[in-house]
Design a protein around this ligand. Structure first.
Ligand SMILES: Nc1ncnc2c1ncn2[C@@H]1O[C@H](COP(=O)(O)OP(=O)(O)O)[C@@H](O)[C@H]1O
Ligand SMILES: CC(C)(COP(=O)(O)O)[C@@H](O)C(=O)NCCC(=O)O
Ligand SMILES: [K+]
Length: 249
């Protein structure tokens, strides 16, 4: 079994997949906030049902502290060479990294670009990953990661207003999506932030003349319904990219 981990700045997403399984055909998967990382070994053991993890591929953009914590919870039976910390490189799994300094690109973004290439081969594609940050990246029809945009994610954008203004409240995570111009403060914040997120994705699709748009991440269920461009919501796009890369990494 292969263990795939996408450690973002808010949550750790993981999947267990059998060697040779179809792309994204997880045996088990899950997500936990950083504070609940200690629950992962039990969740893996339950899913493994006596089988073993042979390899682990981890994409971590949440810093050295989290990396050390992840290292500690990996199965002790896993030899060090079987643990690969995914990193952005100049070329991998059919994607050429067009960042000026390829290593500077967040490894979750590089994995998402590899997923976009695997899910939409031969097409100009935008992949938007709506997490702590929202990243909106362009992959060309011939597999070049052209670059992208980084903006505060939906929750971060809304909470920055709550923190940095005297009168604006925090938005409840289960708030109903307002349409258009809002007649109260909470809805006005949510409407503004959703317009910024969705507008940026629509702008990127137009700029890239994309024929496919993939939307993923924890905030995708809020943002995708507001989009006026054709798109598909793909769960855990970074894990799919890691799976696609697992053969080449
Ligand atoms: N139950 C949830 N737990 C955490 N974040 C959630 C939840 N539901 C929606 N979100 C949104 O998803 C974002 C986290 O998504 P995720 O893709 O896991 O981010 P990251 O990869 O940065 O850790 C939050 O910032 C928030 O906007
Ligand atoms: C932009 C990010 C913070 C996104 O992180 P996330 O929202 O997935 O937690 C991460 O991809 C990152 O730290 N990138 C490095 C800078 C760059 O990609 O240019
Ligand atoms: K992201």
């Amino acid at each position: 079994m292969i263990l795939l981990i996408d450690a973002g700045n808010t949550r750790i997403k993981w999947a267990l997949v059998e060697v040779g399984a179809a792309l994204g055909a997880w045996r088990a998967f899950g997500a936990v906030p950083h504070a609940e990382l200690g629950q992962l070994p039990a969740a893996w053991n339950a899913a493994l049902a006596g089988r073993h993890i042979h390899r682990a591929l981890l994409a971590n953009v949440a810093g050295a502290g989290l990396r050390a914590q992840l290292q500690l919870i990996l199965p002790s039976t896993l030899p060090a060479p079987a643990v690969l910390w995914f990193a952005s490189v100049a070329e991998l799994a059919g994607v050429r990294n067009g960042y000026r300094n390829p290593a500077q690109l967040g490894c979750d973004r590089f994995a998402a670009a590899i997923a976009a290439r695997a899910l939409a081969p031969g097409r100009a594609v935008i992949v938007a990953n709506c997490g702590t940050a929202t990243t909106i990246d362009a992959v060309s029809a011939d597999g070049v990661f052209l670059g992208g945009m980084i903006l505060p994610g939906l929750a971060l954008m809304a909470s920055s207003l709550a923190r940095n203004t005297a009168q604006l409240p925090q938005i409840a995570p289960d708030a109903k999506l307002p349409a258009g111009f809002a007649d109260n403060t909470d809805d006005a914040i949510l409407s503004g932030c959703l317009a910024a997120q969705g507008g940026a994705i629509e702008h990127a699709v137009a700029l890239h003349q994309a024929s496919d748009c993939i939307v993923s991440g924890g905030a995708a269920p809020f943002i995708a319904p507001t989009l006026k461009v054709a798109h598909r919501v793909v769960d855990n796009v970074v894990l799919i990219g890691l799976h696609a890369a697992a053969g080449s990494a």
